[in-house]
Each structure stands twice: as C-alpha cells, then as structure tokens.
Design a protein around this ligand. Structure first.
Ligand code: GLN
Length: 464
C-alpha cells in the first residue's frame, strides 16, 4: 500500500486531488459533500502538527464548521454546521485536512447506508453490495483509497461493521474517551465517535489526538491506561458461535489459528445474556432516539414545512416530511416503550439486561485480556430487496452492540478475503484499556495475512 503523506500547498496538486476524489467517488457515492476549496482548510491547518497535510473524511452526523450536517436526513438538509465537533477540531489543530462529509443511514439508524435520504453508498469491493452502516460512507471512502482515515460514530456497531464489510480497521473507543460534542445525538448513552482506517498505525495516531477530557462533554474522562494481566495475553472466545455464513466462519477459524500461532492462551466462555442483547439494545436505543430527535421541529433549524396553518401543524408536517420510515418507526417505538405506566415492562427491563451484560463481560475480563468475536454473521450483502431485511439486520447486530451496552472498547480488523469480499472479526477489551487493546491487535495482525484494498489509493495523486 502506498503510504499517505502530506497534501502540499501547491494549488495544482490540490486541484488534482479534488478532481480525482470527485471522479473516483462517482460510482461509490461515499461523499455527500466534498470541500470545493480543499486548499482553504489546508492553509488554515498547522503545517507542523502531528497529522499535517493528511486528508480525512467525516461522517455527516459529526459537525465541521461551514459544511453540511445532514445526518443523512432531509430534516437537516438546509443546515450548515455553525461549529466543529471537538474531535474534528483536535484533528484540525493537529494539521489534518478535512476532504468532506460522508454518507450514513439517517441519524445512524441502520446497518447498510440504505436508510440515507441521499441514496445508497456502494461497497468498493463490489458495487452491488452495501458498504455496511451506518458509517458506510466513511468506510467506503477509506476502502476506495480516497482518504487514509475517517471519523464515524458507533452506537451499536456502526464503525466496526462497515469497516468489516470494507476490509479495513474500525475502532470504537471506550465510552467517555472521545468527546461527543458535535456528534448529533441518536442514543447518547451508547454512542461514541470512532475511527476507520486501513492503516492501524495511523488509526492509533488519530486516536491519541482526539481522545481526552473535554469541557463540552461531561461524560469524558481522563485516561488511566490499563496494563495487561500477564505477558502472554489470554483471549476469551465464545464456547459456541452459531449462524455464521461459511465465509465468516472461515474468517473466525483463521483468526483462532492466528491466535494459536501467536501463542496466546485461549479461554472459552458462555454469555447467557447474549440472547437478550438485541432486544435490550433496541429498546434503549429507540427510547433515547425518541427523546433526542424531539428537537427537530422546524422551529430552530433545519427544514420547515411551508404548508401549515398553526405551529402545531407546522411541527407535525415538518417531522412527517423530514424523517424517513426507519426513523419514524424508531421514534414511535421509543415513545411506546417510554409511555407512562409501561416503563417497567420494557425500558426498565432493558436496563436490567444491560447491567447483566456489563457484569457478565466484567466477569470474563477478570480472567482474560481481550475477547475475540465475529463482527457480523455475514459479509457485505446485496443492495436492495435481495439483501437483508431491516429486521434481519437488527438481529445481526448482536455481536457489535455488546461493547456499546457495556461501554467497553472494541476494534474490528480484516482477517482475510473469502468469495471476493473481506471478512472482519473484532477484539473487545475493558473500559479504558483502549491503548492495550490496540497493542494486542497490532501483535495479532502479525499472524494474519491482512487484506489488500481493491483499488489503489489517491496517495499517488497527492505526491505526483
Ligand atoms: N445498526 C445499529 C442501529 O441501527 C447500530 C447503528 C449505529 O451504531 N449507529 O441502531
């Protein structure tokens, strides 16, 4: 892989990069907006910073001042972000150069990017396939070689799953390690900004820039890096994994073999609460979504319906015209589980399951350093009705959403290519063990073949 280096200030080379970016993105549609004047961000960036001149893309539910902030929804189409998210600001301070905003499932609700109001993104490995979601645009922009890294968000797997579908790394840090200021809220207690890249070393450098406490997000904590239990790590694996496609099962077995070759100890575990994880996650996520999305009324920002006789009708029409089907469904179900008199039945029960999952995972981490698991039971699936239904996609989130319910850190990695498409697995580690998790992954990757991206990167264009 050609190493990405700096964008230079030479206007001709910037223009060449922008043109190539636009042309190469056409069949893929990973970007919703490309910076028309890449050079202006570059001139403003710190040329001596640790990420000086390195371009990146940003999921369009993370704010970049002056740019679109659609969250994949019609309801925010007219909005330009009035400020930049803390994570973005820290990257700008480090000299990185934003190339533009990427496509996503509306408000992060989905696993395929088909729920975007702006059309589906295609997987660079095969244009008939989804890139995964909800950070599908981010994953595709990296896998197509358009940018070396991207910021996404992970509420139940939205960084790790598209990374797995596109053959790159996807890192969901511990809840509270990266500020959520400037990330449009979907389910605040579950989500975090994450990083997608084909280069693990770069991903680590980006993480070290964006992590850390932020006065704008009271859930951020300073880190007390955790160290390992022993020199030879112990990895916990489920005693039974069922329902994987042949290809994903192959990737799982490959990873187990790599773990053995690395000489790590393997410990088996059962996770009784896994059976209830999907129900608990969707109950909590929808409840939080119904409350977070109540702010989109057409009054303060975004779309405003023009055909209304009263304020109440205006709000109703704006929400009806602005939100897509999946978002409406989740707002309705979220309101349903929260309505008075019924909270015990759904919401409180889901919170109890969440506590059980946390405790079970904590118990496993007491005797092991990391957990290895599949990311998704299948590889990238077909776009449209021959792919997975929305219900099948939700059930398939069961392995990724555990880390969000527990608040721990997790990273997905490419473990090989089968039937022409990449396969990804994930490692999970306890909260605040982010650096250790990435150390372990780096070690493990020495025993896996790695994956070559389907297209050459635009790094060439930058350097010529
Ligand atoms: N697929 C999950 C959902 O639809 C996860 C999405 C995400 O992490 N943003 O909620």
């Amino acid at each position: 892989m050609k190493q990405w280096k700096k964008l230079t200030r030479d206007p001709r080379s910037l223009e060449r990069y922008r043109e190539s970016l636009t042309a190469h993105d056409k069949p893929i549609h990973s970007f919703l907006e490309i910076d028309p004047v890449l050079g202006s961000s570059l001139s403003a960036s710190d040329k001596s910073g640790p990420l000086a001149g390195i371009p990146f893309s940003i999921k369009d539910n993370i704010a970049l001042e002056g740019f679109s902030y659609t969250c994949g929804s019609k309801i925010l189409e007219p909005l330009r972000a009035p400020y930049s998210a803390t994570a973005v600001k820290r990257l700008l301070d480090a000299g990185a150069v934003p190339a533009g905003k990427t496509n996503l499932d509306e408000f992060g609700m989905g696993s395929s990017t088909e729920q975007s109001a702006y059309g589906t993104t295609r997987n660079p490995w095969s244009l008939e396939m989804v890139p995964g979601g909800s950070s599908g645009g981010s994953a595709a922009s990296v896998a197509a070689g358009l940018v070396p890294f991207s910021l996404g968000s992970d509420t139940g797997g939205s960084v790790r799953q598209p990374a797995a579908f596109c053959g790159i790394y996807g890192f969901k840090p511990t809840y509270g390690r990266v500020s959520r200021y400037g990330l449009a809220a979907y389910a605040s207690s579950l989500e975090t900004i994450g990083i997608l890249s084909a280069d693990l070393n770069l991903l680590r450098r980006v993480f070290s820039q964006i992590q850390g406490p932020d006065v704008h997000d009271q859930t951020t904590r300073s880190s007390t890096p955790l160290t390992g239990n022993s020199d030879v790590p112990t990895v916990a694996v489920l005693s039974r994994v069922e329902g994987l496609s042949d290809e994903v099962q192959w990737g799982y077995d490959q990873t187990l073999e790599a773990i053995s070759r690395a000489g790590w100890n393997i410990r088996k575990f059962d996770l009784a609460s896994l059976e209830y994880a999907v129900s608990a996650y969707y109950t909590i996520a929808m409840a939080e979504a119904s409350s977070n999305l109540a702010r989109y009324t057409g009054i303060r920002y975004g779309l405003r319906s023009e055909h209304a006789a009263s304020q109440e009708e205006m709000v109703r029409r704006t929400r009806d015209e602005g939100f897509g089907q999946e978002v409406k469904l989740r707002i309705l179900l979220g309101t349903y589980v929260l309505r008075s008199g019924f909270q015990e039945q759904y919401y409180v029960k889901a919170q109890k399951i969440r506590t059980l999952i946390k405790q079970e995972l904590q118990g496993i981490f007491n005797g092991s350093d990391v957990i290895m698991m599949p990311v998704f039971p299948v590889q990238a699936f077909k776009i449209g009705s021959s792919g997975l239904s929305s219900m099948q996609q939700k059930v398939a989130d069961r392995y990724t959403l555990l880390a969000n319910l527990a608040g721990c850190c997790a990273v997905s990695f490419p473990c090989g290519v089968a039937s022409g498409l990449p396969v990804g697995m994930q490692l999970l580690a306890p909260g605040m063990a982010d650096e250790l998790l990435l150390d372990r992954l780096e070690e493990l990757m020495r025993y896996l073949p790695g994956v070559t991206l389907p297209k050459p990167t635009l790094a060439e264009v930058i350097h010529d």
